[in-house]
Design a protein around this ligand. Structure first.
Ligand SMILES: [Mn+2]
Length: 274
């Protein structure tokens, strides 16, 4: 049995099938953990979500910001962005079952044997591994509760941008979710930017990638994350983190990372970006 962490598929279904062929994936003996953003931007979100949701239960995805966007439209009733590529998903006959599966996916996954944590975007510097898992679980339970729709309706209020243990209620859960699913860079005081998307050569003054904060309490745990396509899998040094979003939806590659031996497998995107 092998565990593969697969980077942001974003509706790139043919590439996902090609990648699973390349790793000789066996759905009974292997385990897939997706780093989130299964859907949106690419052309085949419905096929992608349907495929992953119908795998046996030991395959899971962490939630990414695009997955949460879809849930915010269908459950939180936020206005749909005209630029999303989810039209067939909104209309799908099995939509409700797919929503039900998606909202039950966690915000963090952890393998104790390989001391490896999977999140979509990042963690707050002062969270330990145990705190990260506890807070992820707390926010997931809120999303799945009767308050979930209200929380999804207000995910884009964005504040607070800095985690504090004293946060309570919707602000607390929103901050947990934004840390785990949207951040790329933070100040030395751990204030997140939710806007910056560019590469390491374009960091704004006063900001560092979340994983480069020296005091980060998760430094001894291998963290595998997606979300930051501009890195193209290169985190710029030895930080005990692995970037698996290699920009398939942007015309680059789709990547799987094998926990057991740290091997990477990549398939070229079939998308041509003009
Ligand atoms: Mn993302």
């Amino acid at each position: 049995m092998a565990t593969y962490v697969i980077g942001d598929v974003q509706g790139c279904y043919p590439e996902l099938m090609a990648l699973l062929d390349a790793i000789h994936f066996n759905e009974h003996t292997d385990r897939l953990w997706f780093a989130g953003d299964l859907i949106n931007r690419g052309a085949n979100s419905l096929e992608t979500l349907r495929f992953v949701a119908n795998l046996p239960n030991h395959h899971q995805s962490v939630l990414g910001n695009h997955d949460l966007y879809f849930l915010s439209v269908v459950l939180g009733k936020i206005t749909r962005k005209p630029s999303d590529t989810l039209a067939d998903l909104y209309q799908a006959p099995d939509r409700d079952a797919l929503i039900e599966w998606l909202i039950r996916q966690p915000l963090a996954l952890y393998d104790s044997g390989y001391n490896s944590l999977v999140v979509h975007a990042g963690v707050a510097p002062h969270w330990t591994r145990e705190t990260t898992l506890k807070l992820a679980q707390e926010a997931s339970l809120q999303l799945q509760s009767s308050l979930g729709s209200m929380l999804l309706a207000h995910l884009y209020d964005e504040t607070p941008l800095t985690w504090q243990d004293t946060l309570t209620g919707p602000e607390r859960w929103r901050c947990i979710i934004n840390c785990l699913t949207r951040q790329r860079i933070v100040t030395l005081n751990a204030k997140m930017s939710l806007e910056f998307k560019r590469g390491l050569d374009a960091l704004p003054k006063g900001y560092l990638p979340w994983y480069q904060i020296v005091s980060r309490q998760t430094a001894s745990t291998r963290i595998i994350f997606g979300h930051w396509a501009a890195l193209l899998g290169d985190v710029g040094g030895d930080f005990n983190v692995v970037a698996v979003d290699t920009g398939c939806a942007w015309g680059h590659t789709l990547t799987a990372y094998r926990l057991e031996d740290a091997m990477r497998f990549s398939i070229p995107s079939q998308i041509t970006i003009k």
